[in-house]
Write a protein that binds this ligand. Structure first.
Ligand SMILES: *Cc1c(COP(=O)(O)O)cnc(C)c1O
Length: 300
């Protein structure tokens, strides 16, 4: 594959609805889903400086972790192919009889898939486990699950650099919270940053984001994480969520997915109905891409 053309800065789409008008709110979407069809959304932003660092270290192989529908595995495999790295994916769970569409793409782009059971997978950040991987696969540049490290945060902070208009609230959907941490770092303090956790029992997430922020040795305020819209937990869904995603596409022409962006936008609209946002606010929500994962769901 040739070096990809990336749509950066990513465009911004305004959403119109009577509900927004009634509260004099303006809602905009930062379309990171349009950055690239294969290296999508925040996964590109998280990979960018990691790819540069790997080149600098003269590493020829990237190794990373994820599940069968992982957007990060998908993006890393595509990026490796484009930018000339071998890639190894350590995949959570036993090897299935047929690969998910995500893993099939990754394999087609040259990623070597290595399945580990859930118990082993839990050790993925431990030094012994990683030493074992180095014994098995030789030298590699390690990217953590979800692409989440300090270089990834740095890439995500650039979302803010791309903004040319002021906003009162920035909304970010959160898995590991790395994208949120990056946005907080790049943020100017008068803007409120609101994360939406897609995990159940997300109370661990604020301290996790705080410890990422602590690494920058600066202080940040004016950010929170909302834990009310996880819909039962990671990748769990409800009929109401699918209905919302379908209606959103019909009314606004923007495709969401049920793991991240669907939950956040559902949450944003619910909070609007509850009068959470100050009248007159300009809200910017980040669409982090991940639409390849839709193939794991039957949307009709
Ligand atoms: C991975 C992903 C996220 C979560 O990003 P974190 O930095 O792990 O919080 C959010 N949205 C989409 C679409 C993603 O693919």
């Amino acid at each position: 594959m040739a070096i990809p053309t990336l749509q950066l800065p990513s465009p911004i789409t305004q959403i119109f609805s009577p509900l927004l008008d009634a509260q004099r709110l303006q809602l905009f979407i930062k379309r990171d889903d349009l950055i690239h069809p294969l290296i999508s959304g925040n996964k590109w932003r998280k990979l960018k400086y990691n790819l540069q660092q790997a080149k600098k270290e003269q590493q020829s192989c990237l190794l990373t972790f994820g599940g069968a529908w992982s957007n990060h595995i998908h993006a890393t495999a595509a990026a490796g192919n484009y930018f000339g790295f071998n890639t190894i994916g350590i995949i959570r769970g036993e090897s299935p009889p047929t690969l998910s569409a995500t893993l099939q793409d990754a394999q087609d782009w040259g990623m070597q898939l290595h399945f580990v059971n859930r118990e082993q997978y839990r050790h993925k950040t431990e030094a012994d486990f990683i030493a074992g991987l180095r014994q098995q696969f030789g030298n590699f540049y390690l990217i953590p699950e979800g692409g989440s490290n300090t270089l990834a945060m740095q890439g995500c902070a650039e979302i803010i650099d791309e903004l040319t208009e002021p906003y009162d609230v920035l909304c970010v959907d959160c898995g590991t919270g790395t994208t949120l941490a990056g946005v907080i770092c790049g943020n100017k303090d008068q803007t409120q940053v609101l994360g939406f956790s897609v995990l159940k029992g997300g109370d661990f997430l604020s301290p996790q984001v705080q410890s990422m922020l602590d690494k920058t040795h600066r202080h940040y305020h004016n950010w929170q994480i909302n834990n009310d819209y996880h819909f039962g937990g990671y990748a769990k869904t409800t009929p109401a969520l699918f209905e919302f995603i379908k209606t959103f596409k019909r009314d606004h022409g923007v495709q969401l997915e049920p793991v991240y962006s669907g939950k956040m936008f559902y949450g944003i609209f619910d909070l609007i109905k509850k009068g959470y946002f100050k009248q007159g606010s300009r809200i910017l929500a980040l669409h982090g891409g991940g639409l390849q994962g839709l193939r794991g769901y039957n949307l009709d």
